[in-house]
Write a protein that binds this ligand. Structure first.
Ligand code: PLP
Length: 428
């Protein structure tokens, strides 16, 4: 494990951050889309290709053994990072693919129901919606209020499913059974954090599985899968200092054993006969074909890097920057901050994330373009959360998202720039 690091002064580890954009020093505040990579990650991937590159698992030669060790070693690091067993970690291409594995693998049918929420990123919405359309399963969408899942409505929807409905001819038909409650841990569009434990209890009481989309949460706070209550958890390497092309699906042994493999081919089999195929054990059953080996190595290095910072420190730092940004934005004339839901009934800060999402007199695309002209990279638009934008009654937001290498000076630079743009826009 890497030596422990202080968060102040880590900027030098990130070569890209020394770039200038439009002649200005870069303030990279688009970390919810993807994060920059430290030298340690870039070096680990380069070393893998320079010294160890080979295909994994099947070869007996030295390089094949080294590559296999590097890949499986990365799996162990990721497992430790979230308190999991390594055989329950499945490497995927990204969080999207990770969420599609249970959506396709659970074998949904007409007697099933799936519930998502209005808060979901399309990655945790479209696969479920489309599988429900294909299979005849019922698709339910729970409301949100101020960026928080409306727990009472989730309970009502579950109770509604339990009620037996009268059939068309005579007798009764049983309502579909809830199989899945799929919820984001942290909204990528607003930054609000859901109480997954409470939602998992509701799902489990109904005999359903809780699928957590951790794409915006795992990078920001310590996670122990033994405590959160989820049955599946998906996240992406590139949002936590790792490379693109690698994601993770974690599942409990029981939940994973409910799934049929969704992508088939080499490496995921134990035995192939003319009539049928026996699949490999976990996790290989879900990793068909040559996997993203160098990318897994890069993610392993990213996890080492984050662990050397300490996830408590990461959470505190990123949460502070997000809060300061939302506070400063909220006093700008014409600016409306979304997703600042305050303290929840269970005493948690509902938005302890590094996300500040807002509307202003300028359209999000104009706002983002004008900020870019000052070297400030943010994102404007629907953030792949169109059902949420519709529920909020906006066509998009401007979103700044902070990470470990950002600092308070960048928060000030950004919020002053927004204030300047908003003032000019109103007077033009
Ligand atoms: N879920 C959330 C909450 C996200 O923010 C994202 C990406 O922005 C995803 C899922 C999908 O991640 P990826 O595009 O890496 O598959």
């Amino acid at each position: 494990m890497a030596e422990s690091k202080n968060i102040a002064g880590i900027r030098d580890d990130f070569p890209l951050l020394s770039r200038r954009v439009h002649g200005e020093p870069l303030a990279y505040l688009d970390n919810a889309a993807t994060t920059q990579k430290p030298r340690q990650v870039l070096d680990a991937m380069e070393q893998y290709y320079v010294r160890h590159n080979a295909n994994i698992h099947r070869g007996v030669h030295t390089l094949a053994g080294e590559a296999t060790d590097a890949y499986e070693g990365a799996r162990e690091k990721v497992a430790r990072f979230i308190g999991a067993r390594s055989q329950d970690i499945i490497f995927t291409k990204n969080a999207t693919e990770a969420l599609n594995i249970p959506a396709y693998g659970l074998g949904l049918g007409r007697d099933d129901a799936v519930m998502v929420t209005e808060l979901e990123h399309h990655a945790n919405f479209v696969p479920w919606q489309q599988q429900c359309i294909r299979t005849g399963a019922r698709f339910l969408i729970a409301r949100q209020q101020d960026g928080m899942v409306d727990i009472e409505q989730v309970k009502e929807l579950v109770a509604g499913l339990r009620r037996t409905t009268r059939g068309p001819a005579n007798g009764t038909t049983t309502a579909p059974k809830l199989r899945v409650l799929a919820v984001t841990q942290t909204s990528n569009a607003l930054g609000t954090n859901q109480n997954i434990r409470e939602l998992a209890d509701i799902a489990h009481d109904a005999g359903a599985l809780l699928v957590a989309d951790g794409a915006q949460c795992i990078p920001h706070q310590p996670t122990d899968v033994r405590k959160i209550g989820a049955d599946f958890l998906a996240f992406s390497g590139h949002k936590m200092l790792g490379p693109t092309g690698i994601g993770v699906l974690w599942g409990t042994e029981d939940a994973l054993s409910e799934l049929s493999p969704f992508i088939m081919g080499g490496d995921m089999i134990r035995k192939v006969g003319k009539e049928d195929t026996e699949f490999a054990e976990l996790p290989h059953r879900f990793e068909a074909g040559t996997p993203p080996i160098a990318e897994a190595v890069g993610l392993g290095a990213a996890v080492d890097y984050l662990s050397s910072l300490g996830m408590e420190q990461v959470h505190e730092h990123v949460g502070l920057l997000g809060r300061k940004a939302r506070e400063a934005l909220s006093v700008i004339d014409g600016v409306r901050v979304l997703g600042d839901a305050g303290i929840t009934a269970d005493g948690r800060n509902a938005n302890a994330s590094g996300i500040a999402s807002f509307t202003a007199p300028a359209h999000p695309h104009d706002m983002s373009t004008l900020l870019d002209a000052q070297g400030i990279a943010v994102r404007g638009g629907h953030h792949c959360a169109m059902p949420l934008m519709a529920a909020l009654g906006v066509n998009g937001t401007t979103r700044a998202s902070f990470y470990v290498y950002n600092d308070i000076a960048e928060v000030r630079l950004f919020t002053d720039a927004v204030a300047g743009i908003a003032a000019r826009w109103q007077h033009e």
